[in-house]
Design a protein around this ligand. Structure first.
Ligand code: ATP
Ligand code: MG
Ligand code: FE
Length: 336
């Protein structure tokens, strides 16, 4: 199926067009720079930026794909979770386009989009796999079946901060710019990951995650002693990566799954990719991680879910589709 995807849940305006599992064209605009001086995303600024960027991004994605609206089979949009003001912009636009073009509409769960992003690079997911979602607002291990049909089972979730949130908060403590993940990734290069033994939250204590103690430990260290920035960044990053990869591999073992897929913005992290590759190889697991540009928010990942839903013959959403800013991840779609 040929599907248009629209993503406006946070500060990225993403439009993507996917046909039968293949990325045809995409466009992305970000209001990240406008939020930088506030140290985090300001909802009203994000919504205004989406409004300004959406039509230019739609035009650019169609031009990139070399297709016309009449070639589409469906429109998919992130209807949750995310910032209410930001979600509204994309959902209103998607409804208008679906109505004008007489196409089915799908309200996609943003995190299902993160998972589906990998299919654009590596093809269909196996019938059963474990996904580690590590993003700005979420950190979970999931047991996945058929993404378009089956319920999604949570194996472990964070009890406090998300992994990306930990990167962003620690970057702030270290005086690095927002967003913190890429800044720490860069700052850690050449640093000693064993320089400081930061705590590994909940390691050996079940499948859940905890990163707030780690954040506090970094803050205390910085108050107490002067250590090279590269060492602090590398040691913090190592603590996060160590816990994420151990728990993800454990989840695969516990559920007899042979494939691990790591997705979400933090999956762009170079050290996470490196350690995950080594640990999966040692455990005899196939590892799938999307290229960095498909790890962070984009429209193509939403189109990819829409493609799977359309092909599976899933029931489209009504034009009254609500936004669901706190939608739990139980299926690929959000409640209509
Ligand atoms: P969610 O998907 O949970 O709703 P989000 O959409 O804001 O949140 P993403 O776009 O998936 O999050 O990811 C953004 C997060 O990824 C930020 O916290 C950012 O710091 C982090 N991130 C991006 N690149 C890297 C990197 N190279 N290393 C570590 N973290 C990174
Ligand atoms: Mg973002
Ligand atoms: Fe995201």
């Amino acid at each position: 199926a040929t599907v248009l995807g629209i993503e406006t849940s946070c500060d990225e305006t993403g439009v993507g067009i996917v046909a039968d599992g293949r990325l045809l064209g995409a466009a992305l605009a970000s209001s990240m720079d406008e939020h930088a001086r506030f140290g985090g995303v300001v909802p009203e600024i994000a919504a205004r930026a989406h409004l300004e960027s959406l039509v230019p991004c739609l035009d650019a994605a169609f031009a990139d794909a070399g297709i016309a609206p009449r070639d589409l089979d469906a429109v998919a949009v992130t209807s949750g979770p995310g910032l209410a003001t930001a979600l509204h912009t994309g959902v209103a636009a998607a409804k208008a386009l679906a109505a004008a073009w007489n196409l089915p509409l799908y309200g996609v769960h943003h995190l299902a989009g993160h998972v589906a992003a990998d299919t654009l690079e590596h093809g269909p997911l196996p019938g059963r796999c474990v996904a580690l979602i590590v993003s700005g607002g979420h950190t979970s291990t999931l047991l996945l079946g058929d993404l378009a049909r089956d319920p999604i089972v949570h194996l472990g979730d964070t009890r406090d901060d998300a992994a990306g949130e930990a990167f962003d908060k620690v970057a702030r403590i270290l005086g690095l710019p927002y967003p913190g993940g890429p800044a720490i990734d860069r700052a850690a290069r050449g640093g000693d990951p064993d320089a400081i033994a930061f705590p590994r939250g909940l390691l050996g204590a079940g499948p859940d995650f905890s990163f707030s103690g780690l954040k506090t430990a970094v803050a205390r260290l910085v108050e107490r002693e002067r250590r090279p920035l590269a060492d602090v960044a590398a040691s913090f990053q190592e603590a996060v990566v160590d816990v994420l990869t151990r728990k993800a591999v454990d989840a695969c073992r516990a559920h007899g799954v042979r494939t691990l897929v790591i997705v979400g913005g933090v999956a762009a992290n170079a050290r996470l990719r490196e350690v995950a590759a080594a640990r999966c190889a040692a455990a005899g697991l196939a590892l799938r991680v999307p290229p960095p540009a498909l790890c962070t928010d984009n429209g193509a990942m939403i189109a990819a879910v829409g493609d799977l839903l359309t092909t599976a013959g899933a029931e489209p959403a009504p034009l009254t589709l609500p936004i669901t800013p706190t939608a739990p991840l139980t299926r690929a779609t959000c409640p209509a």
